[in-house]
Design a protein around this ligand. Structure first.
Ligand code: 26W
Length: 809
């Protein structure tokens, strides 16, 4: 224990000497970072081992969260906060002339995720450990996480993000726990003693080697495990037949193809790509994960008949849905269980979360690809499908259309969402509106068939990262006012409401926000070489770039403000800084084009002296978790403007409110629940409702020309996009123009334009009364506790997983 800074300093210098062989004088910043990292790992190792032992002995049900993505960001800072040693280390380092924040900034983000789904998994890991739940993560150790984004001449350019270039101090390779995953080959069937036995032959073996990352709970002794699998070639596979035939190149090629499995994260979170490698990754993850769970389970030599009493497996979207047939395979082929028993265990073990209703995101695999990559798994899926269709036939005799719609295998595809629903005991959406839409529309048939499976679990975020760690000044103020209880019980933040009319607290809150804006302004200055006015409204939209998230609507409003200001430079508006951060999927040309549009608008506006600095547009490159932590505390306005019904939940919305920003948003996703929490006086909402949107879709859309023709403002802006007004090549934005006018404006950008402008004008008015505004911020902070992932995880634990916090006897 670092009881004081003296103890810490000594331990640190010893570590530096022992693992880097250096004194402080000789040490590079990276030496310091690595030695400190190792020291933290040592510090936590005892509790990690003890937690594992406790779970083993207690034999309580444990949950394994299977996810293709864990968007962890940096770990050092969070570890220090959760261990309660950040201050002592900071002090000790100061004595040694080391700045802790600089050390922390050397850590590369673990960018093993695209966006919301991956970050949710990371927040869940923190809450599970902090609430003492026996819960672990299971994922892939991608060598390349999400790409690094550069903005060159206004365009997005993608670079590989090799986050493992330096040693990753947080992982422990456990070669002894490796398992084999099998691809391809044939299945030979044989009847043995009247029973059908399946032999998988001529397959390609892949070695899955786990790397364990500790998940340290806040101020407790729990250290859970995130197990990330790495794909490797087994040493003895060098005896591969071709090798002995002297075909050296083929063996090397084989090695490369094996390692490709954990080589990269697919940088897409809205389009199902359908590449074999992705399917390989999905099976690799679940097969390795399940084998390791079963192996641990069997060490206690229990009968597998009780697996579901000790193990809960959660699948984060459909990406790990092959856990269902894989568990069936293990129980039947390897453990000799009969189909019915295996099926009942499987369907009492697995639960599933749906994260999107975008049709183009739903995974479906061509039968031929599926069959040749996973022959035995295909047979099992086929059997599940046939039995399910039989049940459907009994209930809907003769209704072929319905049966085809609901089948797992139809029209030459394996539909992963259907498999996930049929093979699990719980199906949940991630916000009230999202779950309602699933029940009413997208999954209506399944809801009718299995009403008891469906439930809602509104998302949450860990307040320990997004408030305590990211915004220390605000946290200190809250602690001064209401104590520290909220850190463990975030709904206690509601006590902060008592201070809503305390002018001295409001003044301090305002000052904290301003200081955070100054820090953000420095980042902007450094990255974009633009000076921004910290008395301006910092209006921020940071999230993946997608048509449905409507960064374009934001851009139209900026153009509108610009045009107004040019017309009347004395216009009485609060100056604004519009800040964007967004990565676009490399193959999503429309989204990349919108990045170019925003940057062109920025170029046009930021240099226009006539505006007297009333308007600035900033696109911050390479948006990622660590950048989000620096941006969000400095936000005044949180842009949550998706087309209603499209954003399943959103979690950025929660991070902003927790840091005292006011939301401007549509009635979509969790925005609706934020509105419920804070009341309509403390949020600005606008636009079509989900019902209206869905009704328009039902009637084939709306007529955007009508709006174009009747709204001069829009006409003007759209003509500016396609004339030589913006500094971009001629015709650069024709596609955008056409999407709005000739292509039905699928996301109702023009339809929601006027309501959005009104809403933005309300923001301007509200901000002019600074005291009132700050009060709104305070109310948002006070109500943000229910959006902590602690609340979400408690609900999953009680209502889905049936797990309890670990308590030592
Ligand atoms: C197969 C390609 C692919 C990959 C990822 C399709 C879809 C995804 C994810 C499901 C996309 C995603 O991240 N969804 C987001 O999940 C968040 C956490 O629940 C929600 O807050 C967001 O609204 C939702 O867009």
């Amino acid at each position: 224990m670092f009881t004081n800074k003296q103890v810490f300093k000594e331990a640190f210098l010893n570590k530096l000497a022992s693992i880097r062989g250096k004194t402080l004088q000789e040490a590079s910043p990276m030496d310091i970072y690595l030695a400190f990292g190792k020291l933290i790992m040592d510090y936590t190792s005892k509790n990690w081992a003890q937690t594992n032992l406790d779970y083993k002995e207690k034999e309580a049900r444990q949950v394994y969260y299977f996810s293709m993505e864990f968007l962890l960001g940096r770990l050092m800072g969070q570890y220090l906060v959760n261990l309660g040693i950040r201050e002592v280390c900071q002090e000790g380092f100061k004595d040694l002339g080391i700045n802790l924040e600089e050390v922390e900034s050397l850590e590369p983000d673990a960018g093993l995720g695209n966006g919301g789904l991956g970050r949710l998994a990371a927040c869940f890991m923190d809450s599970l450990a902090s609430l003492n739940y026996p819960g672990h993560g299971c994922g892939i150790r991608f060598k390349y996480g999400h790409f690094e984004q550069k903005i060159i001449n206004g365009y997005q350019v993608e670079l590989p993000e090799n986050w493992l270039r330096e040693e990753n101090v947080w992982e422990i390779r456990r070669a002894d726990k490796a398992v084999e995953v099998r691809f391809g080959g044939n299945v030979r069937m044989e009847v043995v003693e009247g029973k059908m036995v399946f032999h998988h032959e001529d397959y390609e073996p892949v070695l899955a080697v786990p790397y364990d990352v500790p998940i340290i709970g806040y101020d407790n002794k729990t250290v859970n495990t995130l197990r990330l699998w790495n794909a490797e070639i087994a040493d003895n596979d060098f005896d591969f037949p071709s090798f002995t035939h002297g075909d050296y190149l083929r063996v090397i090629e084989y090695k490369r193809s094996v390692e490709a499995i954990s080589q990269l994260l697919y940088p897409d979170d809205s389009h199902h790509e359908g590449r074999v490698l992705r399917l390989k990754q999905e099976y690799f993850l679940v097969s390795a994960g399940l084998q390791s769970i079963i192996r641990t389970y069997k060490k206690k030599s229990r009968s597998l008949a009780y697996l579901h009493k000790k193990v809960a497996i959660h699948i984060n979207d459909t990406h790990p849905a092959l856990a269902i047939p894989e568990l069936m395979r293990i129980l039947i082929d390897e453990e000799g269980m009969g189909w019915n028993e295996a099926w009942s265990i499987t369907t009492e073990t697995i639960s599933y979360t749906n994260h999107t209703i975008l049709a183009e995101a739903l995974e479906k695999w061509p039968v031929d690809i599926f069959k040749s990559l996973l022959p035995r798994i295909y047979m099992i899926v086929n059997e599940i499908n046939e039995r399910f269709c039989g049940q459907l036939w009994n209930k809907y005799t003769g209704d072929w259309q319905k049966i085809r719609e609901m089948a797992i295998i139809a029209d030459g595809y394996v539909k992963m969402a259907h498999l996930a629903i049929i093979g699990s005991y719980s199906v949940n959406g991630v916000a009230k509106i999202h779950t309602d839409i699933l029940k009413k529309y997208e999954l209506k048939n399944f809801y009718e068939f299995y009403p008891y499976k469906f439930n809602n679990k509104t998302n949450g975020i860990t307040h320990r990262r997004w408030l305590l760690k990211a915004n220390p000044a605000l946290s200190d103020l809250i602690i001064e006012c209401i104590g520290t209880q909220w850190i463990k019980e975030p709904e206690g933040l509601i006590d902060f409401l008592k201070y809503r009319s305390d002018s001295s607290i409001l003044a301090r809150l305002e000052e904290i926000k301003r200081n955070n804006k100054i820090k953000l302004a420095e980042i902007i200055k450094q990255n974009n070489l633009v000076n921004v006015d910290c008395d301006a409204i910092f209006d921020i939209q940071i999230k993946r770039l997608h048509a449905y998230k409507r960064q374009l609507l934001n851009a139209l409003h900026i153009m509108h403000l610009y045009n107004r200001l040019i017309e009347n430079p004395d216009l009485d508006i609060v100056p604004r800084v519009f800040i964007f951060g967004a990565k676009a999927s490399p193959s999503y040309h429309y989204a990349k084009n919108i990045i170019k549009l925003i940057n062109s608008i920025a170029l046009k506006i930021n240099d226009d002296k006539r505006l007297k600095d009333k308007l600035k547009v900033i696109f911050l490159e390479n948006y990622r978790v660590s950048l989000a932590e620096a941006i969000i505390p400095g936000a005044d306005v949180s842009e949550q403007i998706s087309t209603a019904s499209k954003e399943a939940s959103g979690t950025g919305n929660m991070k902003f409110m927790m840091n005292g920003a006011v939301t401007i948003g549509t009635l979509d996703g969790a925005n609706i629940e934020i509105l419920d929490a804070v009341g309509s006086e403390n949020i600005v909402t606008f636009g079509l409702t989900d019902r209206e949107v869905l009704t328009f879709y039902h009637h084939g859309g709306y007529n955007s020309w009508e709006i174009y023709n009747s709204d001069e403002r829009i006409k003007n802006i759209l003509e500016q996009f396609v004339s030589d007004f913006l500094p971009a090549p001629q015709g650069e934005f024709t596609t955008i123009y056409n999407s709005l006018l000739h292509n039905n404006d699928e996301f109702f950008v023009l339809k929601d334009f006027a309501p959005y402008v009104d809403a933005q004008n309300r923001i301007d008015k509200l901000y002019k009364n600074k005291q009132k505004w700050t009060q709104m911020c305070l109310v948002n902070i006070a109500h943000s506790g229910r959006f902590s992932s602690d609340r979400t995880i408690n609900e999953y634990a009680r209502e889905i997983w049936n797990i309890k916090p670990f308590t030592s006897k």
